[in-house]
Design a binder for this molecule. Structure first.
Ligand SMILES: [Zn+2]
Length: 112
């Protein structure tokens, strides 16, 4: 990976972290609005369903942010962009699509 590509991936990570933060902020505003006016959601079961879905989405966003931050920290190491299984270079296109990727396509299996 060239230095230019590494800077590009770092920039992508920062951009995606900002997106996750913005989505979380928007979700918090929605949550606060619903709590202020529960009358907008007279159906209790419906409200509970939406609360649970919002909580699940928030958990997914937190996991995504943690994965991105972890990738950002790994960027300082010489093995960044290398597959954690076989050590081969991960194609830059794969890192652009998923900067948190730690495996090359050949070793790709469900990542935690
Ligand atoms: Zn590999």
């Amino acid at each position: 990976m060239t230095e230019h590509e590494q800077r590009e991936i770092a920039s992508l990570i920062h951009h995606r972290l900002a997106e996750v933060d913005a989505a979380e902020h928007a979700a918090e505003l929605t949550r606060a609005r619903i709590e202020r006016s529960p009358g907008d959601h007279p159906d209790q079961a419906d409200a509970a369903f939406h609360r649970e879905a919002a909580r699940a989405a928030s958990t997914r966003r937190a996991a995504r942010a943690a994965r991105l931050r972890s990738a950002l920290h790994r960027m300082d190491r010489p093995d960044f962009g290398r597959c954690c299984v076989c050590g081969d270079a991960i194609p830059v296109g794969r890192l652009r699509a998923d900067p948190g990727a730690r495996r090359c396509p050949a070793c790709l299996a469900p990542e935690s």
